[in-house]
Design a protein around this ligand. Structure first.
Ligand SMILES: [Zn+2]
Ligand SMILES: [Zn+2]
Ligand SMILES: [Zn+2]
Ligand SMILES: [Zn+2]
Length: 114
């Protein structure tokens, strides 16, 4: 019997096709990439999101290299997600998000005074 498994894009381990989360690397998008702002599925070769027009290339805050807006930096592997600053939410959000995609509250960034 064939089991419908597909390799995770991020770690290469086989994951159930309907999984929402890779059980190996905990990626929330094992089979594709999503825009971190509007969560629309995007391809890695897209320059901007077709849903919200955000730039899908970001500068990694850890190594300063341009990288695709994924959960991790493609260059140094550092996570690009931060927890929502709303204590009742705490969902993982993209590091440059202004607003949480889960609760809609503004995200406070510790870097940069004022
Ligand atoms: Zn994985
Ligand atoms: Zn988008
Ligand atoms: Zn990096
Ligand atoms: Zn939130």
């Amino acid at each position: 019997m064939a089991t419908y498994k597909q390799p995770c894009l991020h770690c290469g381990e086989f994951v159930e096709r309907d999984a929402r989360l890779c059980p190996h690397c905990h990626s929330r998008s094992p089979f594709g990439y999503h825009c971190p702002t509007c969560l629309k599925p995007v391809n890695k070769d897209q320059a901007v999101c077709s849903g919200c027009a955000r730039c899908l290339t970001v500068i990694c805050p850890t190594c300063a290299a341009p990288t695709f807006a994924d959960e991790r930096c493609g260059e140094c592997g550092s996570g690009l997600m931060v927890h929502c600053t709303n204590p009742r939410c705490g969902q993982l959000q993209f590091f440059d998000a202004q607003k949480c995609t889960a609760c809609g509250k503004k995200i406070k960034h510790e870097t940069g005074r004022g």
